[in-house]
Design a protein around this ligand. Structure first.
Ligand code: EPU
Length: 421
């Protein structure tokens, strides 16, 4: 077990490069189950969720070679269509194999994901959409069993915009017989990345980037190569690190339009932002952050995956801010830990009310999920003295070499082995 030991109070400076988006990679990798051959991906982040997906794909018969952020997946010899509990319990995104396996092999058995650290995360929309495409779905001993001779096109209108359900449905519809219309589809950049990859495999998808997708099913798809977009959440997290520590930093990031909402909130807080091609400079030197409210929303709104980090930022802002999570209404496990560091936060239903304080003080805190851990690391960068962040296996799921990137910017952060849990 590892922990981070952070010595707060150091200014940051310099430039770091943003890694590939794990949430894009997790959507594109299972898409190889739709084809038969060698697929190469560039810009895959080396994080634990990617290793978990590789293990699952290997279990299904895919062979994998992962080196220097390049991943080769050979889908020629798929040997089974069963994603067991041991994989799914580690990572909910394992459910992404359901749609492609069903579409290609007419059968898929995937362990039903349970609740997560911040409450229920249902997959009813995935299952309802697959049923509309002609799947017979049963639940048996905690497993979802989906069967279909051949899926057929259908009209699917999601009640809620869901990244995962949209991804799964598209991956099923691309091999269905006939046309499918998917309405209220997610328009997150990771879904666009997935659609573009599927199109490169021979899929016919219209309306990419809009909430209405038309998929004209084809009989087969060929292997193809894909490039993972930059991680907008890592970009936002590191920019907040700069703003919180009142520093001037730069990030190298290719998809600046994906973080417009976060940049606009950072500007509202007083940070100076300048953009030059693929470099974003944030200058918060000597700037006391203003309190800025945020409410999470589907893309292009403020991402739920940045909510915890924004609360850490607002903990030291001048005034009171309100942070509302409309996507995951219970995602606030970082709040009591931030309070241990001296933050003044009340939680009312799905809203955190943050009364900015003058200082935080280092303490031992515990990570509870990926983005919560990021918020604790950020707070540790400004808390006086030493902060120890325990259970950082959560952060290792989704941030590539976070301590190296922060050290490169001048933070005092060290990974230490511990028996503490
Ligand atoms: N929802 C349902 N039924 C469903 C699916 C979703 O009611 O069948 C609801 C959810 O409860 C939630 C909303 O729809 O209120 C949106 O959830 P969505 O399905 O979009 O989330 P997801 O696909 O499970 C992805 C990311 C999450 C990110 C959310 C929201 C991946 C692998 N995960 O999850 O990322 O928070 O979209 O943007 O892409 C993270 O990286 O830390 C993370 C949790």
């Amino acid at each position: 077990m590892d922990k981070f030991v952070i010595e707060g109070g150091h200014k940051l400076s310099g430039r770091v490069k943003i890694s590939g988006a794990k949430n894009s990679a997790l959507a594109l990798m299972p898409a190889v189950l739709l084809n038969n051959g060698i697929n190469k991906f560039e810009n895959i982040p080396e994080v634990n969720d990617i290793f978990t997906m590789i293990k699952l794909l290997k279990h299904l018969g895919v062979s994998a070679n992962f080196e220097n952020n390049s991943l080769e997946l050979d889908s020629t010899n798929i040997t089974n269509q069963d994603a067991p509990y041991e994989h799914v319990k580690k990572m909910r995104a394992s459910v992404y194999v359901l749609g492609p396996l069903l579409a290609r092999y007419g059968y898929s058995k995937v362990s039903m994901p349970g609740g997560c650290a911040w409450g229920p995360r249902p997959i009813n929309l995935h299952l309802e959409a697959l049923e509309k495409l002609g799947a017979q779905i049963t639940l048996d001993g905690g497993d979802i069993i989906a069967k279909a001779d051949r899926l057929h096109g259908a009209n699917i209108n999601f009640d809620i915009s869901s990244v995962g359900a949209t991804g799964n449905t598209i991956m099923a519809a691309v091999l269905a017989k006939g046309e499918s219309k998917i309405q209220n589809a997610a328009i997150e950049p990771e879904i666009i990345n997935l659609c573009e990859y599927l199109i490169s495999m021979g899929a016919r998808i219209d309306g990419v980037g809009t909430s209405t997708l038309t998929v004209d099913g084809v009989d087969e798809l060929h292997a193809s190569n894909g490039e993972i977009i930059g991680d907008r959440i890592e970009a936002g997290t590191l920019l907040i690190a700069g703003a919180l520590t009142k520093s001037k930093i730069e990030i190298e990031y290719n998809n600046i339009n994906h973080i417009e909402t976060v940049l606009s909130k950072l500007k509202d807080s007083g940070a100076k932002i300048s953009i030059n091609n693929n470099i974003v400079e944030l200058d918060s030197c000597n700037i006391d952050a203003n309190a800025v409210h945020v409410a999470t929303a589907i893309y292009p709104g403020f991402p739920t995956d940045m909510q915890a980090q924004w609360i850490a930022y607002m903990a030291l802002a001048s005034g009171t801010s309100k942070v509302t999570d409309n996507i995951y209404t219970d995602r606030f496990s970082h709040v009591p830990e931030l309070i241990r560091l001296g933050a003044s936060i009340e939680q009312v239903n799905n809203m955190a009310i943050i009364h900015g304080v003058k200082r935080l003080k280092g303490a031992k805190v515990m990570s509870t999920d990926l983005r919560a851990s990021a918020s604790l690391v950020l707070a540790g960068l400004v808390a006086e003295g030493k902060t120890e962040v325990l259970r950082i296996y959560h952060i290792d799921r989704g941030y590539e070499k976070i301590e190296h990137k922060l050290s490169q910017l001048g933070a005092q952060i060290e990974r230490v082995k511990t028996t503490e849990f």
